[in-house]
Design a protein around this ligand. Structure first.
Ligand code: GAF
Length: 378
């Protein structure tokens, strides 16, 4: 299915935006902390043509027979549902969050296609949002910079889609660069691009998609966010970013056991991001393995967002010689990553697949990813 087949004419432009893998720094974004994701070489494309009226029409390769329509005069979260809210929500959020006037703007026809796996925790939704945000910024001549577009994407995700997520995924999709990770301070949105240098070190990142589906609009993700906010309130800080590892003994006295463990994950994870950035710069990617493994243990034991499939993926990869491994993304399913030697890649992939079969789990999808450029006009 193509734009032409749905709408009967050729698109004017095509934009694309990548999914992301988070190297380290999980659930720290909505605590004003640090994250270290990279954009991956799996992209969502948005083929677009402006219309002369105010109608927005959205179709996609994953729902071939459906064309969703909404007028710019009727934009509100109530009028959106399903995946098309990732598109309509951006137009709405440009007005609500960035203060863009939609008066006199023309609508558009858009067709979405993607090779970012859906439900794997690799930010397929942020990839749609960011491709559309960049496209609309150009189409409507808004001149918004990429950090502003990331905020628009997050606002749409929070209020149009209804998932209480942070700003990491949109930032990675918009700011990613080839062979590099994006070091982001989620309080200030200051960024630094840090060289990953995997190829030069004979390494690759393997993604192990457990195919255990996760959703962030409900359930555990929101509960973790609530715990963090409760912890920050009791500790008298505006966000857990302001708590240090040295503060933890006192935090333990003030918090119940569960809230303390949630807080400890965030505080130690922020420190691990800083340590990973320093290690990457000073010693290179081969030296970050222990930090990745410690991050996984913290998510499994303190933050309790792992699942047995993710633990098995990490353990098996490590037993078969991975440099480091951890679950990536929001948790409760989705994918793990393993940092592996090029020569060990196939052995590790086979070992993980065999271990899943042995445990009676669904067969995982295992593939390599490379750090790629962020959203762009193709
Ligand atoms: C999901 C969210 F969308 C991000 O904002 C982030 O919180 C992540 O989970 C966990 O680090 O991807």
């Amino acid at each position: 299915m193509t734009f032409q087949q749905v709408y009967g004419y050729e698109p004017a432009v095509r934009y694309s935006a990548p999914g992301r893998v988070n190297l380290i720094g999980e659930h720290t974004d909505y605590n004003d902390g640090y994250v270290l994701p990279f954009a991956i070489d799996r992209r969502t494309t948005a083929s677009i043509a402006p219309r002369e009226d105010r109608l927005l029409r959205v179709a996609s390769a994953f729902e071939p027979d459906a064309v969703h329509e909404l007028s710019l005069d009727a934009l509100s979260p109530e009028g959106m549902d399903g995946w098309s809210s990732y598109v309509f929500g951006i137009a709405w959020a440009l007005r609500e969050q960035a203060g863009v006037s939609l008066d006199g703007r023309t609508g558009f026809d858009v067709f979405i296609d993607s090779d970012v796996p859906v439900g794997a925790g690799l930010s397929s939704s942020a990839a749609i949002e960011c491709g559309i945000a960049l496209a609309l910024s150009d189409l409507w001549d808004l001149g918004l910079d990429r950090k502003a577009l990331a905020r628009v994407g997050q606002y749409s995700e929070n209020h149009a889609v209804g998932a209480p997520t942070g700003i990491m995924d949109q930032s990675a999709s918009l700011l990613g660069e080839q062979d590099a990770v994006v070091f982001l301070d989620c309080r200030t949105l200051d960024t630094a691009v840090v060289d990953l240098a995997l190829e030069a070190n004979g390494l690759e990142v393997l993604v192990i998609d457990t195919r255990v589906e996760h959703a962030h609009a409900t359930g555990g993700y929101k509960a973790r966010r609530d715990s963090c906010e409760r912890g920050a309130q009791v500790l008298g800080v505006s966000a857990l970013r302001d708590v240090t590892v040295e503060d933890l003994p006192r935090a333990q006295e003030l918090l119940d056991d569960e809230t303390f463990r949630r807080v400890r994950h965030i505080v130690t994870e922020d420190q691990r991001v800083l340590d990973t950035v320093r290690t990457l710069r000073e010693q290179g990617p081969r030296a970050i393995g222990d930090l990745l493994v410690a991050s996984h243990a913290s998510m499994r034991d303190d933050f309790e967002i792992s699942v047995p499939e993710l633990d098995l993926a990490v353990e098996t990869a490590m037993q078969h010689g991975a440099v480091g491994a951890r679950m990536t993304g929001g948790g409760f399913g989705g994918a793990a990553i393993a940092l592996v030697d090029l020569e060990a890649r196939d052995t590790i992939a086979a070992a993980v697949t065999a271990a899943f079969a042995e445990a009676g789990y669904r067969e995982p999808t295992v593939f390599t990813v490379h750090a790629a450029q962020g959203a762009r006009r193709d």
